[in-house]
Design a protein around this ligand. Structure first.
Ligand SMILES: N[C@@H](CCC(=O)N[C@@H](CS)C(=O)NCC(=O)O)C(=O)O
Length: 222
């Protein structure tokens, strides 16, 4: 066991996919040690780490109370955590129910529809060596499309699944924060997607999430 903590989380100071998992660990009151990999040094591609996650990306989680069971892909990690450790269904819904598949639907949509498109928007806006305006425009439009999907649902209901805050809602937070702050222009998020912006803000007020956000601000300042 890692310093007496149940889990080891391999993550990154700025990586949205890692913070999604931290939120769920905190919401469930589980104990964990975060290991922040240094992408500049290529720690996520080092042979030692590839034994943990052959995909060479973060996050990856080791459960020391389950024979060091290791799982990667953020939403698979989240699903593992709630299926195994949220028996009271504090932030998830029961396996086998219709709502369970609705929860899964949003988690898949987040992983396939939000993450990759927002990630490409960040890549072409910040890291790509050439400026390619048509690529930036394409991925910004995709962000707006995804936010439009969320808005169409959240303008009619408070949360995505079963009338309560679940991991499905949490999974969208880190990338939407990135969109609101860096990827869209000015106050586009609040003005064009008011129900989504309200939902986002309300989720950030949850004590566990506020704690994670504080930690996130602290580590990314270093
Ligand atoms: N679908 C994966 C995406 C993982 C991912 O792209 N992680 C980023 C950080 S948020 C990463 O490790 N990037 C480093 C790289 O691509 O080399 C998940 O949800 O876990």
């Amino acid at each position: 066991m890692s310093h007496g903590k149940q889990f080891t989380l391999y993550t990154h100071k700025g990586g949205p996919n890692g913070w999604k998992v931290t939120i769920v660990l905190e919401e469930l009151g589980l104990t964990y040690e975060s290991i922040f990999l240094d992408f500049q040094k290529g720690e996520h591609k080092a042979p030692e780490y590839l034994k943990v996650n052959p995909n060479g990306r973060i996050p990856a989680l080791i459960d020391h109370k389950n024979n060091d069971y290791t799982v990667w892909e953020s939403n698979a990690i989240i699903q593992y955590l709630v299926d195994k450790y949220d028996k009271d269904r504090k932030v998830s819904v029961a396996p086998g129910t219709n709502e369970y598949y609705t929860q899964l639907q949003w988690l898949y949509f987040q992983a396939s529809g939000q993450g990759p498109y927002y990630g490409q928007a960040a890549w072409f806006s910040v890291y790509h060596p050439e400026k390619v305006p048509s690529a930036i425009e394409r991925y910004r439009n995709e962000i707006k499309r995804v936010l439009g999907v969320l808005e169409s649902v959240l303008s009619k209901q408070e949360f995505l699944v079963d009338g309560k805050a679940t991991v499905a809602d949490f999974s969208f937070l880190p990338w939407n924060e990135g969109a609101a702050k860096f990827l869209l222009e000015g106050s586009q998020f609040e003005e064009e997607f008011p129900a989504t912006a309200k939902w986002h803000k309300k989720l950030l007020e949850r004590p566990a999430i506020a704690k994670v956000w504080e930690e996130r601000a602290k580590v990314s300042a270093h």
